[in-house]
Design a protein around this ligand. Structure first.
Ligand code: UGA
Length: 434
């Protein structure tokens, strides 16, 4: 099928590349000329495992092309996916100006029946507004449908998630658009047992915000248990593992830590709060999720300060800067909050992250960056673990012990084996445990 993706960021680029790998013809469009130039050469513009290979293969087979030309993008495809960003406004509402601009472009160039798909995460009723906007700005009477088809990919696992989704949600108002979307998704599902939920457009829009809010709530619940365990000398890992074994609850997303970050959960729960406000629904549930999440990093910082007493002049190593492993995304990364506090209180910060350091350099120019975790740890008075990259799990603990001036670990992700660390002589502080 001929598909186009307006907005070649995380969602548009990865989804476009995956559909190209299935044999569809894809146009990925973006207003950023530099980005398109790089993509045309097969250079990946985001860090996402497996994506560069898909792009190279897509370019070689001719299944994927990149352009800034919006007219061609709209005219030469049967399904147009809107994948532009929907950043938060100051009051928490999703800023839909980019979605609106795309709708106006579509109105201008639409010349025959097309399906327009809201793929970006948007508040309920956005599709309705997109439809109104296209109708308002179009000077010809051309038939079209707007469908909501939310994306559930996780950064760092995007390719797998797109090709093996837990479910596909299609919010469509008529048979024609529903059947075309089903035809497309059958090429992903093949003979896999993946449920497809056909819903109203509004329900589909709500499913995405609802799912992210629920996942964020699970993490905040885990952090609440961690908080009480720290005060009552219980072990949150033991507690949460046993709670999760109830099939109705499940073990995933119950890992306590220093709080969730990234470009999705913090933004989406704020936007959902605004939706609740708009529809006159109390949002104290979401306030609690946010407040526990903020407390998770604050508690961690307080713990470090309490143990180290004076921060001024202390050499502290922070491992992991991205908001989670397998990405260089540092948006709302708790590590940045930790570093800022320690730095503002006079600590000398030494950091390592496998891929996120170039981005952090734009934020903190006065901390030390190392290409190797052992070098970052060398001579430090405390080790702070902020992102659970696999390579940190393989660190030689004996070597770490020998390299540190005072062997103290603050493990914000419960990555290290506490008993092994203690046996080696480390002072070890995990989350939700002693
Ligand atoms: C999230 C959702 O998981 C995706 O389904 C959704 O499509 C995406 O948002 C989106 O809306 O686009 P993502 O933000 O990439 O995906 O990252 P997650 O893997 O969900 O992790 C989010 C944060 O939660 C990370 O900071 C992670 O460290 C933290 N987390 C996760 C915990 O602290 N504990 C856990 O048990 C799990």
């Amino acid at each position: 099928m001929k598909l186009s993706f307006i907005g070649s960021g995380y969602v548009g680029l990865t989804t476009g590349a995956c559909f190209a790998s299935l044999g569809h013809h894809i146009i990925c469009q973006d207003i950023d000329e530099q980005k398109i130039r790089k993509l045309k050469k097969g250079e990946c513009t985001i860090f996402e495992p497996g994506l560069e290979d898909l792009l190279k293969n897509g370019l070689a087979s001719g299944n994927i092309e990149f352009t800034t030309n919006i007219k061609r993008t709209i005219r030469e495809s049967e399904i147009i996916f809107i994948c532009v960003n929907t950043p938060p406004k100051e009051d928490g509402h999703a800023d839909l100006r980019f979605v609106e601009r795309v709708a106006r472009d579509i109105a201008r160039y639409l010349d025959e029946y097309k399906i327009i798909v809201d793929k970006s995460t948007v508040p309920i009723r956005t599709a309705e507004k997109v439809k109104e906007t296209i109708e308002r700005y179009s000077d010809k009477k051309v038939n079209f449908d707007v469908v909501s088809n939310p994306e559930f990919l996780r950064e760092g696992n995007a390719i797998f998630d797109i090709l093996n989704p837990d479910r596909v949600v299609i919010g469509a108002e008529n048979e024609r658009s529903k059947n075309t979307m089903l035809r497309l998704y059958k090429t992903i599902i093949k003979d896999k047992k993946i449920p497809i939920k056909i819903t109203s457009v509004k329900s589909a829009e709500l499913i995405k915000h609802g799912a992210n809010t629920f996942l964020a709530a699970k993490i905040s619940f885990a952090n609440l248990i961690a908080e009480v365990c720290e005060n009552a000398q219980a072990d949150a890992s033991e507690v949460l593992e046993a709670i999760g074994l109830d099939e109705r609850i499940g073990t995933q997303f119950l890992r306590p830590g220093i709080g969730f970050g990234g470009s999705c959960f913090p933004k989406d729960i704020k936007a959902f709060k605004k939706t609740l406000e708009v529809f006159g629904v109390n949002h104290s549930f979401i306030d609690a999720i946010e407040s526990i999440n903020n407390r998770a990093s604050e508690r961690f910082i307080k713990k470090i300060e309490k143990m180290l007493w004076v921060l001024d002049g202390k050499s502290i190593c922070v491992l992991g800067l991205a908001f989670k492993p397998n990405t260089d995304d540092i948006r709302n990364a708790p590590a940045l909050k930790v570093i800022k506090y320690l730095k503002d209180n006079g600590a000398k910060i030494r950091v390592h992250d496998p891929v996120a350091m170039p981005k952090v350099k734009n934020i903190f120019s006065d901390i030390l960056y190392f290409e190797n975790p052992y070098e970052a740890i060398s001579g430090s008075e405390a080790l702070i673990m902020c992102t659970e990259w696999d390579e940190y799990k393989k660190l030689d603990m004996k070597k770490l012990f020998a390299l540190m001036v005072t062997p103290i670990i603050f493990d914000g992700r419960n990555l290290f084996n506490r008993n092994e660390a203690k046996k080696l002589g480390f002072k070890y502080h995990g989350v939700g445990k002693q």
